[in-house]
Ligand binder design. Structure first.
Ligand code: ZN
Ligand code: ZN
Length: 213
């Protein structure tokens, strides 16, 4: 197996951070380095990974709180959808509102587009634009062997969906994003949400009380 995925919760809000890498080239991508930069960097260094990208499902502080510190250690490209840049720049207000430590931010190097592909060794991470929780929310899909994984950020949870009462949230748009872009994926697709337990697209289509297929 060439592609490896590690997911672990970080910080006060237990944001699911994922490190995905190719075990042949050791090229890696980190999704949502939300907190605990030392934990993340230790995992990268223990495997000798070369991090190409630090990508974000959206710009709530619990998903990018460790980004600039991780970037200091591994000079990867920081990626975020442009429509969430205003939230990224509001990091001080977010830390006050969410009760999270203040952080410095690094420049966004790359604006993530819809249907974009990020290559790491033999792996390819693809983007799906799924606005609603925030204006620039992105989900990522990744094939590992015969399995499909979806990193859904705070758009789709196990038995829930993301809040839309923060600035820029849109309760109709999040439902449309889930129906049009996520529920059209294979039912066996494994969903890694931004918080909490893994689920399956098929299970959510059948039983998610907020968005039925
Ligand atoms: Zn969020
Ligand atoms: Zn979150």
């Amino acid at each position: 197996m060439a592609i490896v995925k590690q997911t672990f919760p970080v910080g006060l809000y237990q944001c699911n951070c994922s490190i995905i890498y190719c075990d042949k080239t050791l090229e890696a991508i980190i999704i949502d380095p939300g907190s605990e930069p030392e934990t993340i960097v230790a995992k990268v260094e223990s495997k000798g990974l070369k991090v190409k990208y630090l990508l974000h499902t959206h710009a709530h502080l619990d998903h990018f709180g460790a980004t600039s510190k991780v970037k200091e250690k591994c000079s990867a490209v920081i990626g975020l959808h442009k429509a969430d840049e205003f939230l990224y720049n509001l990091h001080e207000q977010q830390s006050a509102m969410l009760g999270l430590p203040q952080t410095t931010i690094s420049t966004i190097d790359h604006y993530i587009q819809d249907n974009e592909e990020f290559t790491f060794g033999e792996g390819q991470l693809k983007t799906l634009f799924t606005p609603g929780h925030t204006p620039g929310s992105i989900s990522f899909s990744l094939e590992i062997g015969s399995e499909l994984f979806l990193f859904s950020g705070d758009t789709l949870f196990n038995g829930g969906i993301g809040r839309t009462d923060f600035p820029g949230g849109d309760s109709e748009l999040i439902v449309k994003s889930i129906k049009d872009r996520l529920y059209t994926l294979d039912g066996d697709c494994r969903v890694i949400p931004g918080h909490g337990d893994e689920t399956l697209i098929g299970k959510e289509k059948r039983s998610n009380p907020f968005v039925r297929a």
